[in-house]
Write a protein that binds this ligand. Structure first.
Ligand code: 5RP
Length: 220
């Protein structure tokens, strides 16, 4: 069984957390795609979904699920999203798909964040996956210089523009031992919209899919 099957199992396990007649926050990525498909297959009666990207919006609508604006949805009880890495405190690196800013907004508007992933995503120390940073285009070079000063090797994600019209710098070479501190430091650089560390608002539950089934991980 490969990572694909692990993603599918984790995505299906997240259905247990979804309550009928609610608005669900929906993340972005291949694992979330499976969650959206599973939601539709179950024909669950929902008020709708708040989406974190144009890609997820399209997929939700293709299944006939209403997409609701966050401004009219109010606070959400549940957000379901994937991750590129998680440590045992359920602090995450996200943004491999470039949707980090909207994902962070919807996660912060939600009471419970259920993260779904295959087992390869659980790591001891965050940072082997390059940390995505969304940047206003005119600040690309100044932000990159600051990221080098902080010990990283930023690379412009080529040919990619976020749903918000910005660019992504993927920062290599960071060993992130203090995720909370780094998340705040990066967010204070002028021109940074946000970064892919989810430490201020970590996940509440991690569902890890693997050959042996789905393992629930709670934060240490
Ligand atoms: C998108 C994300 C995704 O959740 C993350 O990249 C994981 O993706 P996948 O489920 O395809 O492994 O943060 O911005």
């Amino acid at each position: 069984m490969g990572q694909d099957e692990g993603k599918r199992l984790a995505a299906e396990a997240a259905l247990e957390y979804v309550e009928e007649d609610t608005i669900v926050g929906v993340g972005t990525g291949s694992t979330v795609d499976r969650f959206i498909d599973a939601l539709a297959a179950k024909r669950m009666k929902l008020q709708g979904a708040v989406s974190s990207s144009e890609a997820s919006t399209q997929r939700l609508r293709s299944h006939g699920i209403d997409v609701v604006d966050l401004n009219s949805a109010g606070r959400l009880s549940l957000y379901v999203d994937g991750a590129d890495e998680s440590n045992r405190f359920l602090q995450l690196i996200k943004g491999g798909g470039g949707a980090l800013t909207r994902e962070k907004i919807v996660a912060s508007a939600s009471d419970r964040f259920v993260c779904i992933a295959d087992e390869s995503k659980l790591v001891d120390v965050l940072g082997a996956f390059p940390l995505p940073v969304e940047v206003i285009p005119m600040a690309r070079s100044t932000v990159a210089r600051e990221l080098v000063r902080l010990g990283g090797r930023p690379e412009l994600r080529q040919g990619f523009t976020t749903d918000n019209g910005n660019v992504i710098l993927d920062v290599h070479g960071l060993s992130i031992t203090e995720p909370l501190k780094l998340e705040q430091t990066l967010n204070n650089i002028p021109g940074v919209v946000t970064n892919g560390l989810f430490a201020l608002r970590p996940a509440d539950v991690l569902l890890l899919g693997s050959a042996s089934g789905v393992r629930r991980v709670d934060p240490e």
